[in-house]
Structure formats: C-alpha cells, structure tokens
Design a protein around this ligand. Structure first.
Ligand SMILES: C[S@@+](CC[C@H](N)C(=O)[O-])C[C@H]1O[C@@H](n2cnc3c(N)ncnc32)[C@H](O)[C@@H]1O
Length: 253
C-alpha cells in the first residue's frame, strides 16, 4: 500500500500533535495578509487533515471546505465542512473555489512525477479565473543539508526510532519511524495483532524534495502563475536557508 494511505492515522495525530491550532492561527493570519484583496467566495483546504486550518480560516469569515484522503483524520474535524477525496482527482466541479490552500508539506507524495503535477492541474481546474493558491513545502536545500539520519524521540506516549535519508535517484526525503510504547512494542495499542507480537509498527514518509523552480515550472504547465515565494509564515522572502518554501500565486483571468 502507498505510504500516505498507511501513515496518516491515529499514530500521525499523536506524533504530530505539536503541529497544532496555534500554528494554524499563524498560517491563517498569513493567508489573510498575503492573499487578502477581494473576499473569496469559497476556499479549499487541500489535504486538510484534522481540519485545523479549515477551522481557523472559517473563524476569520472565510467559507472554507476541507478535502483529505484520511478518514481517520477527517473524523477529527467534527462539525467542519469537509469530504474524503484524492488530491489528484478532486471531487469538485471546475471553477468552484477562489482560493486553494495546501499546508504543511502535503504535496509531492506520489511516486510518479506525472501524478504530482496532476495535483497542480487539479488546483488549476477547481480555481476560478483570478483565483489564488498557496502551497507550503519544506525547503529542500535546508532539509537535505541538515538531515539527522538517526534519532530517538519520545512523543505522544511513543518511543520513536527515526531514520532519515535523501535518495538522490528519486530526489525524495524519506523518514522511517519505528514506534514503541513505553511498555515495549507489544503494548502499542493500534498495532495489528500479528505485527504487535513480532515487531513494533513501522511507518514510512517519502516526499519529493522540490526545488522552487521545479514547482514553479509545474505550476506554469498547469496554467498557474507564481507571484511570490516566502520562506516562512512571518512573510520573509524565500532564501536558500529558509525554513519553508511557500509558493503563492494565481490563475490568470
Ligand atoms: C502532513 S499532513 C498535513 C495535514 C494538514 N494540512 C495540516 O497541516 O494539519 C498531510 C495530509 O495529506 C493527506 N493526504 C495524503 N495523500 C493524499 C491524497 N492523495 N489526497 C488527499 N489528501 C492526501 C493526509 O491524509 C494528511 O492529512
């Protein structure tokens, strides 16, 4: 099974609990300041996960709708408008949204470059003319240069052994996580019975590490224009040592 269908479940929620509502507040403020202008009729939170951005954007009066592949994460977003769907074939009519927002490295998951770029075509398709988009990725240069190849972390009741590597052939940053509870592998509650008795559950994350110009070209092919590159949510311009690569742009009218 593809890694992204396995990983974004209960364990992800517990291990990434620090990617929280406070962070989403900052992101929503950034969106209001940077995309600003005319009030959008409808906003898509693409790969919305548990809906933290959907909620903060709706709190600011933006009619935001979430879509995500993980039903486990979607059920967390109780009371928020959202649906299950795959980002490479979005379940919406053409021209539905004025803004499409893709937060926290939720692009570059597919093995095939064609399929990743298909997501950009889908963003273009569901955006109305003049509509705006935001794609928030990690900065390849920084991540690859500072990769911690092995570490152990205690998080969310788990002891997690983490292995990271950059694969030059596929240009992907990979992360393997082996989860044990404090009481040992057999006590990890969500582990399937057969695995739990033999080994701690292991998950993989594998994301294409894009250079800014690669995403910009992909967006151009899809019919979208990049207006600005930011390096963080404090609105600083993108630099080679930035933490993030945040692409903001529009669909020509
Ligand atoms: C790193 S999480 C970010 C979630 C959310 N944007 C946030 O910041 O909390 C990536 C999200 O992408 C979703 N995802 C993975 N593959 C997907 C696909 N093919 N279509 C739609 N969503 C997908 C996952 O289920 C997960 O919720």
């Amino acid at each position: 099974m593809a890694w992204y269908k396995e990983w974004f479940g209960q364990e992800y929620l517990e291990l990434y609990a620090h990617r929280d509502e406070r962070e989403a507040e900052r992101h929503a403020e950034f969106v209001r300041g940077v995309l600003g202008g005319e009030h959008p009729r409808a906003v898509l939170d693409l790969a919305c996960g548990a809906g933290r951005h959907t909620e903060k954007l709706r709190g600011r009066g933006f009619r935001t709708f979430g879509v995500d592949l993980s039903v486990t994460l979607l059920v967390q977003a109780r009371g928020l408008p959202r649906t299950a769907g795959d980002m490479c074939c979005l379940p919406f009519r053409d021209l539905t949204f004025d803004w499409v927002l893709n937060f926290f490295t939720s692009f570059g998951y597919f093995e095939s470059e064609r399929q990743n770029f298909r997501v950009l075509e889908e963003i273009e398709r569901v955006l109305a003319p003049g509509g705006r988009f935001l794609i928030d990725l990690f900065n390849r240069e920084q991540v690859v240069a500072n990769l911690v190849t092995r570490e152990t972390q205690e998080r969310g009741g788990f002891r997690v052994e983490i292995e990271r590597w950059f694969d030059e052939a596929t240009e992907r940053v990979n992360k393997r996580m082996r989860l044990e509870s404090a009481a040992g592998p057999a006590a990890v509650p969500t582990a399937p019975a057969s695995k739990a008795t033999e080994a701690a559950p292991t998950f993989l994350e594998s994301v294409r590490a894009y250079r800014p110009e690669e995403v910009t070209i992909g967006l151009k092919w899809a019919g979208l224009e990049v207006d600005a590159l930011y390096g963080n949510f404090e609105r600083e311009s993108f630099q080679s040592d930035s933490e993030r690569l945040i692409l903001v742009g529009h669909k020509p009218s």
